[in-house]
Structures are given as structure tokens and as C-alpha cells.
Design a protein around this ligand. Structure first.
Ligand SMILES: *Cc1c(COP(=O)(O)O)cnc(C)c1O
Length: 413
């Protein structure tokens, strides 16, 4: 392992890896960041060595992950998701070049698999047979799926409003599913207490320092897939803030290792009704909790734990934060599907909607290139998708109205 220690993002104390989940001095706000020996890693992870590796999963960057070289890994495949050039979508949002990184193609359908896969490896390493998580959906289904793949048991706390498809995934993966009558925050607090009481491994990205390490592999992959020439911008939707901070850490590491000449700017995008991180970014003040109101359930976080990590990341990248409305999110789901063939869940389409707005407001230039990170698959929340997609034409079996419809759709003259 190349891990040197864990550094508190608040008081900046560096601890040995044996410390608990958060900073012993700062408590739950003392989020810890994993520190590596980049000089040693740089001698191993060269462009040529990486090109010669046949493993396409995110474990190809194992030197940059907090896992032992002989650690048992889940059998499910994580990472290595496609980066697709989407010229028609680029024209629509007003950019010179746009790529979608489709992380809906991970084992359980979201980017969270990158984090959960590291979580279950750590749980096994610490000999904990049960892993627990509180989540609005994707972290939960991903945690349950990875636990099943690894032979661990999972206990999952979800808020009342978690979408049915995600809850169904949990049940299929054999998790003990506790639907908490309350908000995500209520579910989070109950999970925290339960982990403390029964000694379960805690997969909450708000406090577990290792999960962001898994998420950063999305940034590492984007760098490598673009032949080490990153786009000008990378757009990432923000709920808790762990994902955007992880993606940025990936790029910062690629730069530190001399693998890329420059880093992209990060565009962090929140939903208007759940935007405490954008508010903190713009004001420079500490984050103020809010009552979230957005249909993008995966980013409906009122008390983001990683807000500071997110704000520092976007700022360090020279990037920006922007908010979009639920209307813009639904619209982005529709035009992204129509113009690229990629089906994004609301929180994922948020990144595309953010780029469109950033271009319209002049924050991102029209000659710029960008990647939008598609963090979750659209089938994860069919109800929202149907609100975006509209209705099919109901026709009689004799096809009476068929020609009229085809003419209306301009499919025939
Ligand atoms: C979790 C999630 C996000 C946001 O990640 P945070 O770490 O909470 O900021 C965005 N989109 C999808 C689909 C997610 O599941």
C-alpha cells in the first residue's frame, strides 16, 4: 500500500491510518483525506505501464487506492465505463466538443459502485461481516450489490422517498432494508447510531474517508481515455459533495504524477431546490443546512457532509458552481437521450443541464470542450423519466391513425 496517512480537512492534522472514520479532534465535521506517497507511485504508474495493463476495471489504478496488493476484490466489474463523443448534444448545449462518461454502466447502474467496491474491500480487511449505509438510493443499491458479490451482509437505511426501482434493487441483493419515515438526514443519523452500537462497517461517504478514493477513479479514467489531454471542463452534479471532490482528486493526482500537462476546470452543478454547496461556494461562508426540494433524488441532500471538500475542489480547479431548475433537469434528460442514446437519471442529467446553463450565461466559453459525468442510469427512476419522456401513441390494431402520426412526426411525407 502507498497510503501515508489520513489528513483532516479542517485542522490539517495528519493521522496514521488506524484512526477512526473522522478526525478525533474535530469530530464529525473533521472529514479525513487519504494521503499517498506520490513519488513512489510515480515510478510505477507511467503512461506506458498503464497502457500495458489489461485490467479495464478501476482496479487498474490500484496503487492510487487505499487497498492492499493482496486484498480480496468483489467479483462484480466496476469502472472502465465508456467515454462517448456526442457532437449533436454538443451543438445543442452550445459547446465545441462534448463527451459523456456513462457511469450508469457500472455493475449496479451508478457511479457509487466505484466507492462501494472500495468500501466492501475495507470491510473485509477490517473483518466486519456486516456493512451499513444510509442513502437516497444509489449508494444503497451499490453497497448491497457489492456486499452480495463479496459475501457480506448489508443493512440499508433509506428515506421514505427513495424511488421504487432503487429499493427493489436492494431487496433483490438481499439487503436488510429499513425505510425510515423521514428525510435522508434522519436515515443518516439512525445509521450512524446503529453502526456505533453494533460495530458494522460504515459505508457513508459523509464520514468514511475511503469512498472518495473509489470515486476519484472516474477522473483517472477520463484522463486516460482522453489520451492524457483533458477537456477544458468536467461537469459533475453535486449532492453530498463527495463525487465532485473525488473526480477532482483524480485529476490532481494525474497532474502530480506527470501524466497530464494541465487539469480541467470543474463545473459543480446542484439542483436549485437543494443547493447549499453552491451557496457556500459563492458566499465563502460555512454551509448552511436546507430542506431539500428537487425531483433529482440522488442529489436531494440538505446537510451535505463533504461540502468543504467539494468547495475546495471546485475552487482549486479554477472552476465554478451553478444551479439548475427541475424543469431544466427533465429537459436535459429528454434531449440527452434523444441526441446521444444515453439514458441518464435526473441527478445525472443535472450535469448536462448545468453545462447548458453555464454556456448560456457565458461562464463556459462556446469554444470549450467538456465532459459531463453521467452518474446514474435512467432506469433507476422511471417515474421521473416518464415525466420527462411524455406518452406513447395508443393506436388500434388496424393501424387506422398510423399515417397521420407518422406525418406529424415527419417520418413520411
Ligand atoms: C450520489 C450521486 C450524485 C452526487 O454525488 P455526491 O457525492 O452526493 O455529491 C450524483 N448523481 C448520482 C446519480 C448519484 O447517485
Amino acid at each position: 500500500m502507498f497510503v501515508q496517512g489520513l489528513k483532516c480537512l479542517f485542522c490539517e492534522t495528519v493521522y496514521p491510518v488506524r484512526v477512526g472514520y473522522t478526525c478525533p479532534r474535530c469530530g464529525i465535521v473533521g472529514i479525513l483525506d487519504v494521503q499517498y506517497d506520490y513519488a513512489r507511485i510515480g515510478r510505477i504508474l507511467t503512461r506506458r505501464r498503464l497502457a500495458a495493463r489489461s485490467d479495464q476495471s478501476h482496479w487498474r489504478y490500484r496503487e492510487l487506492l487505499p487497498i492492499g496488493s493482496n486484498a480480496a476484490l468483489p467479483a462484480l466489474s466496476v469502472g472502465g465505463t465508456p467515454l462517448t463523443s456526442t457532437p449533436a448534444l454538443a451543438r445543442h448545449v452550445g459547446l465545441a466538443k462534448l463527451f459523456l462518461k456513462d457511469d450508469g454502466r457500472n455493475a449496479t447502474g451508478s457511479l457509487k459502485d466505484r466507492a462501494s467496491s472500495v468500501g466492501v474491500v475495507k470491510a473485509r480487511e477490517k473483518r466486519r461481516p456486516i456493512i451499513a449505509c444510509a442513502s437516497t438510493g444509489n449508494a444503497a443499491s451499490s453497497c448491497a450489490g457489492m456486499a452480495a458479490s463479496m459475501g457480506l451482509k448489508s443493512v440499508i437505511f433509506v428515506p421514505e422517498r427513495a424511488p421504487e426501482p432503487k429499493v427493489t434493487q436492494l431487496l433483490i441483493f438481499g439487503a436488510t432494508v429499513l425505510r425510515v419515515r423521514g428525510s435522508y438526514e434522519d436515515a443518516f443519523q439512525l445509521c450512524q447510531r446503529s453502526c456505533g452500537k453494533w460495530g458494522w462497517y460504515n459505508r457513508n461517504s459523509g464520514i468514511n474517508p475511503y469512498l472518495v478514493e473509489g470515486k476519484k477513479t472516474a477522473g483517472l479514467e477520463i484522463g486516460e481515455q482522453l489520451a492524457w489531454e483533458p477537456t477544458d471542463w468536467v461537469a459533475v452534479s453535486v449532492g453530498d459533495g463527495c463525487t465532485v471532490a473525488g473526480v477532482w482528486k483524480g485529476f490532481r493526482e494525474l497532474k502530480a504524477l506527470g501524466l497530464i500537462p494541465r487539469t480541467p476546470r470543474i463545473l459543480g452543478v446542484q439542483a436549485e431546490g437543494a443547493a447549499p454547496v453552491t451557496a457556500a461556494f459563492l458566499s465563502g461562508e460555512p454551509m448552511r443546512p436546507i430542506e431539500p426540494a428537487t425531483l433529482a433524488d440522488s442529489i436531494a441532500v440538505g446537510v451535505p457532509r463533504n461540502w468543504k471538500r467539494a468547495v475546495l475542489a471546485v475552487r482549486e480547479s479554477g472552476g465554478a458552481m451553478i444551479n439548475v431548475s427541475d424543469g431544466e433537469i427533465l429537459e436535459a434528460m429528454r434531449y440527452t437521450g434523444r441526441l446521444s442514446g444515453i439514458f441518464a437519471e435526473p441527478a445525472a442529467a443535472t450535469a448536462v443541464a448545468g453545462l447548458q446553463r453555464a454556456v448560456a450565461e457565458g461562464c463556459v466559453g462556446r469554444r470549450a470542450s467538456a465532459v459531463a459525468l453521467i452518474t446514474g442510469n435512467g432506469l433507476k427512476d422511471v417515474q421521473s423519466a416518464r415525466a420527462a419522456a411524455g406518452q406513447p401513441y395508443d393506436i388500434a390494431p388496424d393501424g387506422a391513425a398510423l399515417e397521420e402520426i407518422l406525418r406529424e412526426r415527419k417520418l413520411i411525407e
